[in-house]
Design a protein around this ligand. Structure first.
Ligand SMILES: *[C@@H]1O[C@H](CO)[C@@H](O)[C@H](O)[C@H]1NC(C)=O
Ligand SMILES: *[C@@H]1O[C@H](CO)[C@@H](O)[C@H](O)[C@H]1NC(C)=O
Ligand SMILES: *[C@@H]1O[C@H](CO)[C@@H](O)[C@H](O)[C@H]1NC(C)=O
Ligand SMILES: *[C@@H]1O[C@H](CO)[C@@H](O)[C@H](O)[C@H]1NC(C)=O
Ligand SMILES: *[C@@H]1O[C@H](CO)[C@@H](O)[C@H](O)[C@H]1NC(C)=O
Length: 396
C-alpha cells in the first residue's frame, strides 16, 4: 500500500467513520499527519502575532467600524422550528474584520434567560482547523438548542451554557461555516496568526455593537485545535491591554477541553488511549512506540505501517466516544439521553434551510457552496508549533 493511502486510512480512523456512515469527527485534528507529509515546512509556520507583538511592544491598531443599530438588526426574531417558551435573546450576523478584502466573520449569540446583565460574556471556539462553532459548539455541544432528527425542528439543551453566561459562538477563521472572504485567497492564509488577529478585530467591533458588554467579565473557551486559538487570542488581548494601558477587553480566564497543545504528547496520548482500551494490540502499540516520533518533521515509513495496522485493528469506532453507537448502525435506535451519533446530519440539513439562514442573517452574499460543519480544512494551515509557551506565559 502506498504511504498516501495509509495516511488516508489513518485519517479516517481519527476523524472517524467518514464514508460508510456519512459521519465525521468533531474537529478533525489528525490532519497534521497529512500536512506533515504534504508540506513539512508547515512545522515552522509562523505562530501567533501576539509573541511578535510582545517582542516589539507595539500595538497594531485594529479596524473598527461604526456599529450603531447593528445589534438591533442582528436580533433573531425566532429560529424556524424552535420550541415554545424561549425566554432569552438571540442574535446573529456578520462582523467585518477586513473591509479591503471583504472578510467577515459570522457569530451566533445566546444571552442568558435570566439576569443576563450581571452574567459574564463567554466566547466559544471550535477547532479543526476549519470546524464551525455554530454547528459543533452551539448545536451539538453547549448551545441552547439541538436539532431534532427531522432536520427542521429544535429542542432545548438542558445543559446549555447560556443558563449561566452570555455565549458568543464564532465561526472562524474566514471560510468556516458562514464566515467568508470576498478575496478567496485569504483562506490559504488563515493560520493561527490570522485567526487570532481576526478574532481580536471581531471582538473589538462586536463590543462596539453590544456596548453593554464592554466592561463585562470575559472568558474564552474552546476545544480541540482551539487549543491554539484560545491562548493566542488571550495573549493578544492581554498584550493589547498592556500596551494601550487600558482594559480594552476585560479578560478573566480561559478554558479548554480536549485541546491540542502539543502534537507529540497528543498523538502519544491518543495511541496510549487506544491501547489501554484494547482497541489495538500490544504488538501494534510497541511498533508505534518504537518507530513513531511524533515530534519529527516527517514520520518514517515503518511508523506509517504501524499506524495503518492500528487503523485496521480499530475498525469502525467513533474515536471521540468509543462506546457510542455509530450513525446508521443497527444497535442505534433512539437515545433517551446523551449523544445522538447522527446529529451532525440533522444540523447540516437544518443550517442549509433558506428560512433558517434568513432568520440567522447568514449567507447574505449567496456563498457558492453549502454550509458544512467542517470545511476547507485542507487549506487552513495547521501549525505544529507547541502551544506550551503560550500557556506558560499566563503564569506571570
Ligand atoms: C462581499 O461582496 C459582496 C458583494 O459585492 C458585498 O455585498 C459584501 O458586503 C462584501 N463583504 C464584505 C465583508 O465586504
Ligand atoms: C437574579 O438576580 C437576583 C438578584 O441578585 C436574584 O435574587 C435572583 O435569584 C436571580 N435570578 C436567577 C434566576 O438567577
Ligand atoms: C489555496 O491553496 C491550494 C493548495 O495549494 C490551491 O490549490 C488553491 O488554489 C489555493 N486557493 C486560493 C483561492 O488561492
Ligand atoms: C524526534 O524528532 C525530534 C525533532 O526532529 C528530535 O529532536 C528528537 O531527537 C527525535 N526523537 C527521537 C527519539 O529520535
Ligand atoms: C448560500 O445561499 C445559496 C443560495 O443563495 C446556497 O446555494 C448556498 O448553499 C448557501 N451557502 C451556505 C454556506 O449556506
Amino acid at each position: 500500500m502506498k504511504p498516501e493511502s495509509a495516511v488516508f486510512l489513518f485519517l479516517t480512523c481519527f476523524t472517524a467513520i467518514i464514508g460508510a456512515y456519512g459521519e465525521r469527527g468533531f474537529d478533525p485534528l489528525d490532519k497534521f499527519i497529512w500536512a506533515k507529509r504534504a508540506n513539512p515546512r508547515l512545522s515552522d509556520a509562523p505562530i501567533g502575532g501576539n509573541l511578535e507583538l510582545a517582542k516589539n511592544g507595539v500595538y497594531s491598531p485594529v479596524y473598527v467600524s461604526p456599529q450603531d443599530g447593528l445589534m438591533e438588526a442582528d436580533k433573531i426574531d425566532k429560529l424556524p422550528g424552535q420550541p415554545e417558551g424561549v425566554t432569552f435573546n438571540q442574535y446573529a450576523g456578520y462582523v467585518t474584520v477586513d473591509p479591503k478584502n471583504g472578510r467577515a466573520l459570522f457569530y451566533y449569540f445566546a444571552e442568558s434567560p435570566s439576569n443576563s446583565s450581571t452574567k459574564p460574556l463567554v466566547l466559544w471556539l471550535n477547532g479543526g482547523p476549519g470546524c464551525s462553532s455554530l454547528g459543533a459548539g452551539a448545536m451539538m455541544e453547549l448551545g441552547p438548542f439541538r436539532v431534532n432528527s427531522d432536520g427542521k425542528t429544535l429542542y432545548q439543551n438542558p445543559y446549555a451554557w447560556n443558563i449561566e453566561a452570555n455565549v458568543i459562538f464564532l465561526e472562524s477563521p474566514a471560510g468556516v461555516g458562514f464566515s467568508y472572504s470576498n478575496t478567496t485567497s485569504d483562506y490559504n492564509l488563515s493560520g493561527d496568526k490570522r485567526t487570532a488577529e481576526d478574532s481580536y478585530t471581531f471582538l473589538i467591533n462586536w463590543l462596539e455593537r453590544f456596548p453593554q458588554y464592554k466592561t463585562r467579565d470575559f472568558f474564552i473557551a474552546g476545544e480541540s485545535y482551539a487549543g491554539h486559538y484560545v491562548p493566542q487570542l488571550a495573549q493578544t488581548i492581554v498584550l493589547n491591554n498592556k500596551i494601550t494601558s487600558q482594559t480594552v477587553i476585560n479578560l478573566r480566564g480561559i478554558a479548554i477541553g480536549n485541546a491540542l497543545i502539543d502534537d507529540s504528547t497528543s498523538m502519544k496520548g491518543m495511541y496510549d488511549y487506544f491501547w489501554t482500551h484494547a482497541l489495538i494490540s500490544d504488538e501494534i502499540n510497541d511498533g508505534i512506540r518504537l518507530n513513531c516520533n511524533f515530534s519529527a518533521e516527517s514520520m518514517s515509513h515503518v511508523c506509517f505501517q504501524y499506524l495503518e495496522q492500528a487503523d485496521a485493528a480499530m475498525g469502525n469506532v467513533f474515536s471521540y466516544d468509543i462506546y457510542a453507537p455509530l450513525c446508521g448502525s443497527s444497535s442505534f435506535s433512539t437515545l433517551s439521553a446523551g449523544f445522538d451519533p447522527c446529529s451532525s446530519n440533522y444540523i447540516q440539513t437544518y443550517l442549509n434551510i433558506p428560512e433558517v439562514q434568513t432568520a440567522l442573517h447568514a449567507n447574505v452574499t449567496a456563498l457558492p457552496y453549502p454550509w458544512e460543519r467542517c470545511r476547507h480544512y485542507d487549506h487552513f494551515p495547521y501549525s505544529h508549533f507547541s502551544q506550551r509557551q503560550y500557556y506558560q506565559s499566563f503564569k506571570s
